[in-house]
Design a protein around this ligand. Structure first.
Ligand code: 2P0
Length: 337
């Protein structure tokens, strides 16, 4: 049995549309930062004796996605063994915080190690993508690009986590699961939004600016391009039929708060994914002021703080926050040792 801890990621340039629905290849490039403190722990135990998979630690819809992923994993690698999977995250799942990214990055890595497959990171990313597109970016640490490549797609690290100490503050405004998941949301946007093609075209332009800004460690280059990319993704989604509006009143209050901070000369920029939380990018000493301003915004439940983080890692023991996921396992661990 192995335990893997993988980190979530936030896209500075967003993935919102597929070129290939089945294989989950993107229609446009995206670029994310892997976060050091929003993590999922996954354990996998493969057994030839079990007749079915056991998935613990996820609500039913997410559990079905994991079940489908296990089936794909078996057929891809010709493996018959059934899996016992335990999952735990240290942040709200299914609420626009990319829990599927950390979940499938952790699970892909844990399955590959548990099955003793000799695969490189590119193959692990390829596997993670089958669970959730954005998960392929969480297979690497630091700043990571995922782009269409021929008939498929390629994932490539742009800079490691020590390159730039960007701060990512997450203003949590709701811990309820979102009403429309990302896969369905992006499909609806592609099929019904009149702005979808403009959105896809603008992604390539934003990517060039954000990638150059990351290399130069320039918040004043990365921030404006990331914020406009977010607004364009949401503009395309809002124009879908029926409209996809992921924002709550508190989401808009935080957006306005970030704009006020900039008017006062404090550099901060926001991004929002398929949920009501707001991710705010800042750096250095101003992070304290930004964090206090976000925490004081009406409707903000709490503020999480992150910096660029690592690739998935094998751990001997689950972290303390995953202890509940470990509990049912204790007797068999004792028996095995
Ligand atoms: C992103 N999101 O780039 C964008 C921005 C949400 C908004 O990647 O269908 O859960 O499983 O590939 O990876 C969320 O999409 O979707 C996502 P599927 P996924 O981070």
């Amino acid at each position: 049995m192995v335990w893997v801890v993988a980190n979530s990621n936030v896209a500075l340039v967003k993935y919102w549309g597929k070129a290939d629905e089945g294989a989950k290849h993107p229609a446009a490039p995206s670029l994310s930062v892997t976060l050091d403190s929003l993590s999922t722990a996954a354990s996998v135990e493969l057994s030839d004796d079990s007749k079915e998979d056991r998935i613990e630690g996820l609500p039913a819809p997410a559990g079905e996605k994991v079940q489908g992923f296990l089936n794909q994993f078996r057929s891809r690698f010709g493996i018959r063994a059934r899996a016992r999977v335990r999952l735990a995250s240290n942040f709200p799942v299914a609420a626009g915080l990319a829990s599927s990214a950390s979940t499938f990055a952790a699970l892909a890595k844990a399955l590959v190690v548990e099955a003793s497959l000799d695969l490189g990171d590119g193959d692990v990313a390829d596997l993670a993508r089958m669970g959730s597109g954005s998960a392929c970016r969480s297979v690497y640490g630091g700043f990571v690009e995922w782009r269409p490549d021929g008939a498929g797609s390629a994932v490539e690290p742009v800079a490691d986590k020590d390159h730039w100490r960007l701060r990512i503050l997450v203003a949590v405004t709701s811990e309820r699961p979102k009403a429309v998941g990302s896969s369905a949301g992006m499909r609806r946007t592609a099929e019904t939004s009149p702005y979808y093609s403009s959105w896809i075209e603008s992604g390539a332009v934003d990517l060039v600016e954000v990638r150059a800004g990351i290399r130069a460690r320039s918040l004043s280059r990365v921030g404006p391009a990331a914020e406009r990319n977010c607004m364009r993704m949401h503009a395309a989604a809002i124009a879908a039929v029926p409209s996809l509006l992921y924002w709550e009143p508190a989401t808009i209050a935080v957006m306005r708060r970030v704009w006020e901070l900039r008017e006062r000369g404090i550099e901060a920029y926001f991004s929002i994914d398929a949920g009501p939380q707001v991710k705010v990018f800042c750096e250095g000493e101003s992070a304290k002021t930004v964090e206090a301003a976000l925490a004081a915004t009406p409707g903000v439940l709490r503020v999480l703080s992150a910096e660029p983080g690592d690739a998935p890692r094998l751990v001997a023991h689950p972290p303390a926050w995953a202890a509940d996921a470990q509990a049912p396992q204790r007797p068999s661990r004792a028996a095995a040792s």
